[in-house]
Design a protein around this ligand. Structure first.
Ligand code: SF4
Length: 213
């Protein structure tokens, strides 16, 4: 990417960071992925249990090996061999872990975090419960406003996730949302964090890199 485009993205990231701060979040601009990783590893020093929400952004950061080396208790719901009940228990424990790591489906320039969930454990843990939450948002998640955020989720995030999860959903076949009535529908709960929830501690890392979808 040319330095001029990178600079342009930087302006948008910094604007989102300023808005997040004025909405009560702790927000940090990260010029690249490595900076985001270092920030998370540093925050993890004090945590005993760490929950990681299903997120392509976090997978790209590849934090698990280092967190394991640090001896952390990692709450991972997609470990091979876990029964559905054990996966459910991991999701429940995300709600009370020391540090919960997640991404966001969209971040508005006004500093709002917008997410759509099927189960609700991810948006639940983002909102209340863990001692600390770190949300990683690549620059591709930044949108002008709420309407664009919801469009982004319907047109990009949900179809791509449905396809990744091999769901039998219209959007996973055609790439287009049809506001389906499927029992497998993954869009069931919409949560907009307009401000930092009053009893939570949320840090948002806004990264000048395209991450996840
Ligand atoms: S409402 Fe249904 S078709 Fe639309 S994105 Fe969600 S799961 Fe896919």
């Amino acid at each position: 990417m040319s330095e001029h485009l990178y600079w342009l993205h930087e302006q948008r990231c910094v604007k989102a960071v300023k808005s997040l701060r004025s909405n009560g979040f702790e927000a940090v601009y990260c010029p690249n992925r490595r900076d985001a990783c270092e920030n998370i590893i540093s925050a993890a020093q004090d945590a005993i249990s760490i929950g990681i929400g299903g997120s392509m952004t976090l997978e790209e950061l590849d934090l698990v090996p280092e967190l394991r080396r640090m001896g952390k208790e990692l709450l991972l719901r997609d470990l091979p061999g876990l029964t559905p009940y054990e996966q459910l228990e991991v999701r429940r424990r995300h709600l009370s872990c020391d540090l919960f790591l997640t991404s966001t489906n969209a971040l508005t320039l006004a500093g709002q975090l917008v997410n759509v969930d099927g189960i609700g454990n991810r948006v639940g843990a983002m909102t209340f419960g863990p001692r600390k939450v770190i949300v990683v948002a690549g620059r591709n998640k930044i949108v002008p406003d709420l309407e664009s955020a919801l469009n982004r989720i319907r047109e990009i995030a949900a179809p791509a996730n449905a396809h990744r999860l091999d769901k039998k959903l219209p959007c996973a076949l055609t790439g287009t949302c049809s506001d389906c009535q499927s029992p497998e529908r993954i869009c069931r709960i919409t949560v907009i964090l307009d401000r930092m929830p009053s009893l939570s501690d949320i840090r948002v890392l806004v990264v000048n890199a395209d991450m996840g979808y």
